[in-house]
Design a protein around this ligand. Structure first.
Ligand code: PGA
Length: 252
């Protein structure tokens, strides 16, 4: 048996109306309803969660959200809690995406609060980390990644097994510039070493690390063949059923 089951998640970002989302989820379900070899996750916007949840309810495809607040309830206008996501049958939640970090001021400390709240509510967090182009060119990739991983995932102990890490180099997101499989593998192996430091080797070996950043049908097979690349977090290519399904098939 493989140690880590691959996980391919579609991050639809701020795209798709309810009816568009329903159509996309239905097309994906036509092809992947019975998929057991790979964990398939769809992460629509909040407004489409209910519709997508209903659409995929009789399949093996799982639902994820793109963000949540860390408090269970209260006066947080515009925010959504973990239990609200559970109510809609979400299994996963993306946390600390670089767009949240860049445009909405999310820090590692905020991400850490959210990770703990998600786990407490039985949601599996997909925790995003990644360096900017400037940081990579300055040779600071490992330092930046280490800080993000350690500070976002501090104090979890055995719970770390339930976390999914997504390595998303910022310079590769939505740009068409992908990290080479070798570049990505190096960072994934490094992340696993950092995870070992946070827990132990056995725990770190079970954590799934996704790659994200312009992953598409043409480059998915090579990336997913690398030993420490355990799946993908797909943006642009997840908005088209055929390309998303093709990427999932490369993970089988
Ligand atoms: P992309 O986005 O596939 O469009 O590069 C990935 C992501 O931001 O999760």
């Amino acid at each position: 048996m493989k140690l880590r089951k691959k996980i391919i998640a579609g991050n639809w970002k701020m795209n798709k109306t309810i009816s568009d989302a329903q159509e996309l989820a239905a097309s994906i379900k036509l092809e992947l309803a019975e998929c057991r070899e790979v964990d398939v996750v769809l992460c629509p916007s909040f407004t489409a969660l209910k519709t997508v949840s209903d659409t995929i309810s009789d399949s093996s495809i799982k639902l994820g959200a793109q963000n949540m607040h860390w408090e269970p309830d209260g006066a947080y206008t515009g925010e959504i809690s973990a239990s609200m996501l559970r109510d809609l049958y979400c299994h996963y939640v993306i946390l600390g995406h670089s767009e949240r970090r860049t445009y909405f001021g999310e820090t590692d400390a905020i991400v850490s609060h959210k990770v703990k709240a998600a786990l407490a509510a039985n949601l599996l967090p997909i925790v995003c980390v990644g360096e900017s182009l400037e940081e990579r060119e300055a040779g600071r990739t490992e330092e930046v990644i280490q800080t993000q991983v350690e500070n976002s995932l501090t104090g979890l102990a055995a719970e770390l097994k339930r976390v999914i890490v997504a390595y998303e180099p910022i310079w590769a997101i939505g740009t068409g510039r992908t990290a080479t499989p070798e570049m990505a593998q190096d960072v994934h192996a490094f992340i696993r070493r950092v995870l070992t430091g946070l827990s132990d080797a056995e725990t770190a070996e079970t954590v799934r690390i996704q790659y994200g950043g312009s992953m598409k049908p043409a480059n998915a097979a090579e990336l997913l063949a690398k030993p420490d690349i355990d799946g993908g977090l797909i943006g642009g290519a997840a908005l088209d059923a055929r390309s998303f399904v093709e990427i999932v098939r490369h993970g089988m």
